[in-house]
Design a protein around this ligand. Sequence first.
Ligand code: SAH
Length: 460
Amino acid sequence: MKHFPIFMALEGRRVVLSGGGEAALAKLRLLLKTEAKLTVVSDNAAPEIRDWAAQGRLSLINRAMEPGDAICASLFYAANENDAEDARVAALAHRDGALVNIVDNLADSQFITPAIVDRDPVTVAIGTEGAAPVLARSIKKSLEEQLSPNLGLMARIGKAFRSKVEALPFGAKRRAFWSDYYAADVADADVAQERLEDLLDKHLHAPEREGWVDLVGAGPGDPELLTLKARKALDNADVVIYDRLVAPEILELARREAVMLSAGKEGFGPSVTQDAINEMIVSHARGGAHVVRLKSGDPTVFGRLDEEIEACEASGVKWTIVPGITSASAGVAALGQSLTKRGRNSAVRLITGHDTKGYADHDWRALAQPGEVAAIYMGKKSARFIQGRLLMHGANPDTPVTVIENASRASQRILSTKLSELEPSLTEANFDGPALVFLGLAPRAALQVADQFEQKEAAV
Ligand code: SAH
């Protein structure tokens, strides 16, 4: 961003413009909407400018610009439509200490004037840093259509009413009041005033809003793999409590005013205890907030979901589950495989490499059978343990094993190997993101070439 947008208070401040033709008129029409003290310096001012001077709306100095004309000016516009004259007056104004804009000369201007959608006091400024004036115009056009012409009137009346709305507690309740007010288009000041009084009465006497918890699956990382329900929950959340594995691009989608709290659980043992997370969820919901508990993948898969549900139930807090795409689904999709296949495996196991107590034990004898397919979550650190147990129980050393790191993200990597080589291949690949181990699945043959390439890259 080369230009930082700000709104400048111009009431009573000096703004000087040099020029008297079309470019000057266009700028002056905008500047006359402000409460600045306008001075035009021109020996050739258009009749419209002379009229404005006669009406006292600006001061006109009937000569070419001289040193000192821009003294004490906050802003200065060079609008002579003549490069040499603009450069001369800009240098003078610069010496006088004003911020200088040269019309249609971005490179030599210290500030630029954006395209404006005016619903005073609501003003939308659109700038493209000179990159795409046509785009700025089309954005302006669509905003002009979108924003009711009555918006300014409603905002002015709303502003005068703000102190009364302080009777409502700060936060969700006040927000709900204002979004109710702005939901309807009102063209008449008296009607708007009446509406404000009625709405305030309604909101002051509304029954206490109950908070609730959405236990939401954030998917494996790619924001496009979020469900529409998850998007909606994020759009409306008051509080978002998220796990470490939730991708930053997804957190960006939360409502801007939402309080974002990290539940920061690490792979081996939580760094924020589960009890503390439960307490966080329940206390915000009991305070009336819409809490989104955001978990990677699907919340029902290795997400300690039941403990959080039980905490909600114990406190009488309402909850819902919004399912997400689990990383096993994203992982097989990247391998071009399916999780189950007629004639190969009619069952698939989702297992974990470790639990809260350490390496997790499983029915190794069953898992060691030919044709078994398992998606092993949190299996990176326990890969050697799993490999040893399976081989000990008679698994074929050539059983395909595929490890996929950061499934669905731009940083996704795939290691295609076999059981006897899982370690040390996995350690050598140096995966540092979340990874899923697929036992009994290789990438589809058509993808093998690419995988081998990636495997080599991973080994470098
Ligand atoms: N509820 C999640 C799993 C949480 S357990 C889900 O449904 O996916 C955390 C484990 O999930 C990680 O250790 C890793 O094994 C796996 N995981 C999560 N996101 C992943 C991703 N993008 N790629 C590969 N594995 C992932």
